[in-house]
Unconditional design. Structure first.
Ligand code: SF4
Ligand SMILES: [Zn+2]
Length: 326
């Protein structure tokens, strides 16, 4: 039965999971012994240092237990925990297919569409095998919900014996919007988790949404800037700005009721430029799916290229002047 798409997003937190789940399209079929994607990307090093290769592996694993309103990562997840050894096997499979990668000069990014330290997603019995594969790299980056940090992170850090960076979704510091995103996260909780990382020698990467639902274009930019301020104040080494995307059913329902629209490329540029101007850490605009952002035919190619240059150089080139969109 298809959901009543006119039903408004519930005010009661207890009703939100169901509303979000009812609007989901099907998930993608996946092999639990293979990563669902992998690639080598390049990131500028810390403090303006030379670029490093980042071996990025998208691990196939059990779905995250949270039900964030804007999340579409569950599409590439499983309903069950992977069989023993599968996570290390996936990691080895991807690394064996990255010719030319020099681990000693590269970082390893293990993203699992959820929380690396959620034991039903990545069983702790996998940590030693994964840590052995990660050992030659300069450092490892994983992602985790702030509430899932704790002794398992320390266990994995100790097995690695190399720098560990944890990416956490702050999403937005707009208090009402953050609450409505159904992430079950408060700013205090985020700050506490950041402090935990710092106290235990792990670094912080932060995901920030540009124009989450219920905000105008101007508000979306303003709150992205405030979120960057907060993230760097929490000690972030890197902030990644994510244009809020559709594609999970729930966001399409919000778009239909006028509660969500993606940000413009100009807002994404302005947010990135602001983050870089702070000089507090690296700032990246997430360009995955950037083609879904409404485009001005006269300038969008130049704007995307400007974002790529900002990502690669951590400097803002002159702005794009457009006779059509300003
Ligand atoms: S915590 Fe992250 S992976 Fe989990 S539902 Fe929220 S956004 Fe998605
Ligand atoms: Zn234009």
């Amino acid at each position: 039965m298809s959901p009543p798409d006119h039903a408004p997003y519930p005010d009661a937190p207890a009703d939100r999971d169901r509303w979000i789940l009812e609007r989901r399209p099907p998930r993608n079929p996946l092999d639990p012994r293979r990563p669902y994607a992998f690639l080598v990307e390049s990131e500028p090093g810390p403090s303006g240092g030379p670029a490093v290769d980042v071996a990025t592996i998208f691990l196939t694993n059990r779905e995250c237990p949270w039900r964030c309103l804007m999340c579409d990562l569950w599409r590439d997840t499983l309903e069950e925990t992977v069989p023993p050894g599968a996570i290390a096997e996936q990691t080895r499979y991807a690394l064996d297919r990255m010719p030319g990668l020099v681990p000693e000069r590269s970082e390893l990014k293990l993203y699992n569409a959820g929380s690396f330290f959620d034991p039903r997603a990545i069983p702790p019995s996998e940590y030693p095998g994964v840590a052995r594969l990660a050992a030659p790299f300069r450092g490892t980056i994983v992602e985790c919900h702030p509430s899932a940090l704790g002794r398992r992170a320390l266990e994995f850090r100790d097995l690695l014996g190399k720098p560990l960076e944890v990416a956490m979704g702050l999403e937005t510091v707009h208090p009402e919007v953050l609450e409505r995103l159904n992430k079950r996260l408060t700013l205090d909780g985020f700050r506490r988790a950041s402090r935990f990382l710092a106290e235990h020698g792990m670094s912080l990467r932060v995901f920030i949404l540009v124009r989450p639902p219920w905000l105008t274009e101007a508000e979306g930019l303003e709150w992205a800037k405030r979120s960057l301020d907060f993230a760097f104040d929490c000690g972030a080494a890197v902030c990644s700005l994510i244009p809020t995307r559709g594609g999970n059913g729930a966001m399409e329902a919000l778009a239909a009721s006028g509660d969500y629209a993606p940000p413009s490329l100009a807002s994404l540029e302005a947010a990135t430029e602001y983050g870089l101007s702070l000089g507090a850490g690296r700032v990246f605009a997430d360009l995955w799916g950037v083609e879904a952002i409404p485009r001005c035919p006269s300038c969008s190619a130049a704007r995307v290229e400007r974002l790529r240059v900002m990502n690669a150089t951590q400097q803002a080139p002159p702005p794009v002047a457009c006779p059509d969109c300003g």
